[in-house]
Design a protein around this ligand. Sequence first.
Ligand code: ADP
Length: 504
Amino acid sequence: MYSTRARLTTAYAGLLFATMLAFSAALYVGRRVSARDELAARARAEARLVLNTIVSAQDDGQVLTTVVSGNPLSGPVIQSTKQMAEVLDRVPGYFLVLDPQDRLLYSSSTLQLYSHADQDTVYSVGRSVPIGGLPAEVPLARDTTILTRLLVVADSDTATGPNVSRVVAGLPTSTADLAPQLLIGTMLLLAPLVLLVSLGAAYYLAGRAFKPVDLLINEVEAITDGRSLHRRLPTDSADDELGRLAETLNRMIARLQASFGALRRFTADASHELKTPLTVLRADIERAMHPGTPQADRLVALEEAMQEITRMADLVDSLLTLARADEGRFDLHRAPVHLEPIVRDVSETATILGEDAGLTVTLPLVEDAVVLGDAARLRQLFLNLLTNAIKYTPRGGRVEVTLSHRNNNSVAFAVRDTGLGISAADLPYVFERFWRADRVRSRASERGGFGLGLAIAQWIVQAHGGTLTVQSRLGRGSVFTVLLPMLVETEPAPAEPADAVHDA
Ligand code: ADP
């Protein structure tokens, strides 16, 4: 598995090489075409020069061709004169002069240096090249000369008279081929160099681009060892992708830190809460087992031990509930549930508990509603809030329970007490596990709570898709309100007398 840096470098170099190859090919073709055009233009100029030389010689009165007797079938036979040779020998270059029957009148001295076979080839191509049209290429035998090809064009001029029909001029292609070949040579020489340099540059640039990623990886590794969750990643360049990644990771680390902290606190609190009853239990049992303890005291010690065991069982039960809730393993047995019977039942229990504690518990408003939920859990939730209200309200106080429709789709269960209340500073923590107000904590044994009741209550509410809120003022009392989504709006139960709703 190659690193991203190596893969990027290879991809970049490959792309560059392909681009270079395509560019060179285009350049070569373009250069070749333009060199050919240039060569053809020069060949045409040569042909024109020869034509002009012939015309001006004739104008000077020189006789360049003569008509010899002819056979009636093939027409007159035209021959060049010595004068033509004298005039045209002075013109350099490769050219032929042909008569109207396409017979050779004159072949330039340069062309005559070629072998007969080559001269024949130039002649046969030259006579068929269209006048003023596209040039043709004539391949020559290699051994005669270093020039292997001639580019030939044909031209004519009426001013030359009827005996000269066309002039064929050629130029060696080697000059035109040279420039594109030089180009290819240069490219081939430069290509490895360019490739090497660009590979190096790409590797360096990719390295630079990935350096912050490397740094980020190192930082994250250092943080996620579990002990450094308080540290955060630097987010100076917050507007680019890496900055955003760092911010996202920071948020994730913050969440991890919070949940690790909560887990540590939870374990410490749970151990602490279990340690106290265990110590008491041990002392009670030791007292009961001591041979000198009178029988009556032994019974008292064992009864105390039983109470501690019940408390511990409650605690373990609560812990189990929360642990299962955290895991999402705790299946609620959902079914349409009428809340009114549950609320009435729970407030009856509360009334009895309230009487013992010297409080009045009232149920001034009950509007039945059906919710999709777990009846046992809902009962536990309501009872939890009610026992809290009773626990934290001194003698003579009042606790008021209501069940009312909030709007068409939710129902509110509210418990209002005139008790101790919770200070504004403490309010954000009431639903945290093991949290108890300090003054309550100091009297924990008397009140008997572990600080898990509200955490469980909140889990039950959330599992039902509702919300649990609290309003409270220290010394004035509190209102805990559960809002649950209603399944259907229900008619008030016809069997109940209307005033039974205002229960005392
Ligand atoms: P506990 O078992 O201690 O009652 P909870 O989770 O039910 O645990 O409550 C957590 C803390 O919230 C309590 O210790 C108490 O300080 C505070 N609290 C809960 N209900 C009330 C209330 N009705 N009035 C005043 N304080 C309350």
